[in-house]
Design a protein around this ligand. Structure first.
Ligand code: GUN
Length: 294
């Protein structure tokens, strides 16, 4: 029976800490942090995420602004919105929700965000600073994984960690964060991907397995060793006519097979995913307090 790494509890604790800090700022006559979000098009998952972010801002007492555009907005117009947000002294941080429609280059948009306001931590300057161990915004999902390991005091130093999936917003940054000289960290990390021969031969030896490939229930019970720590980063909407929403959320790990064998496991939903909004709020507070770029 594995210990459940409960993201809801940890996210709530972080949000409450932020809320207390906002109260202190307000009572001292300061300006409350302001987060803006840019949403393009009507993708259901993106709308849900952004609505969650706005609601979380209300909870902690941040000011928030939502800028919505239809899917036909030109790249040029979107870049002018980004410029306005860069120039607006009243906005501490902002995000452009991804994915963007195919005619817009996400890379170009992200590269035009002022790194100082890039609370998603997606800009190459923030990624580079993270790699060089300089103060930077850590993007939401890697942040969520680190905070869960920290809260539950999961030992990481000297452990063998296998990360499955090399995306530039999860697997790749997490491989750097978990191998750096820090706590949590100090792991010996192996990054597995679509060209890895026999992923199970790596995952079976690992003390910590992070499944971050976006393939529902890829990681099976037989692919981990007894007592392993399993971090499930996947959240895929799998169609299910029997469910009221028409879909169910599935992780990248097959929970019912893994839970009896693992030492620790994150549930889906309620694990890493719920931590991501807390991460964004945390980064916005750092932005407002000029803690990363002074
Ligand atoms: N789309 C899915 N996750 C994220 C995120 O963390 N930030 C942004 N901007 N878009 C996303």
């Amino acid at each position: 029976m594995a210990v459940i790494l409960d993201g809801k509890t940890v996210a709530q604790k972080i949000k409450d800490e932020i809320r207390d800090e906002v109260s202190r700022i307000r009572s001292a006559g300061g300006r409350v942090p302001h987060l803006a979000a840019v949403l393009v098009g009507d993708d259901g998952a993106s709308q849900t995420y952004v609505a969650g972010k706005v609601k979380a801002c209300e909870y902690v007492g941040f000011r928030s602004t939502l800028k919505k555009f239809d899917a036909g907005i030109s790249e040029e117009k979107l870049l002018s919105v980004v410029k306005e947000l860069n120039d607006d002294a009243g906005t501490d941080g902002y995000i452009v929700q991804l994915p963007l429609p195919g005619h817009i280059s996400s890379q170009k948009v992200v590269e035009n965000i002022n790194p100082v306001k890039d609370v998603d931590g997606f800009h190459p300057v923030n990624v580079g600073r993270m790699v060089k161990n300089l103060p930077s915004y850590i993007s939401a999902t890697p942040f969520g994984v680190l905070k869960l390991l920290e809260y539950y005091k999961v030992p990481t130093a000297g452990k063998d960690c296998v990360i499955i999936g090399r995306s530039d917003i999860v697997g790749t940054p997490l491989s750097i964060l978990l191998s750096r000289k820090a706590e949590p960290g100090n792991c010996t990390v192996t990054l597995c991907h679509s060209r890895t021969r026999d992923i199970a031969s790596f995952s079976r030896k690992a003390d910590i397995v992070v499944a971050a490939l976006g393939q529902p229930e890829f990681l099976r019970g037989s692919m981990i060793k007894e007592g392993a720590v399993v971090i499930d980063v996947g959240i895929t909407r799998v169609p299910d006519p029997a469910s009221p929403k028409g879909y169910v959320l599935k992780g990248d790990a097959k929970f019912d097979e893994i839970e009896p064998r693992a030492g620790y496991i994150t549930p889906v939903p309620g694990g890493v995913g719920v931590m991501t909004i807390a991460a964004l709020l945390w980064n916005t507070l750092l932005a407002a307090q000029r803690k990363i770029y002074s």
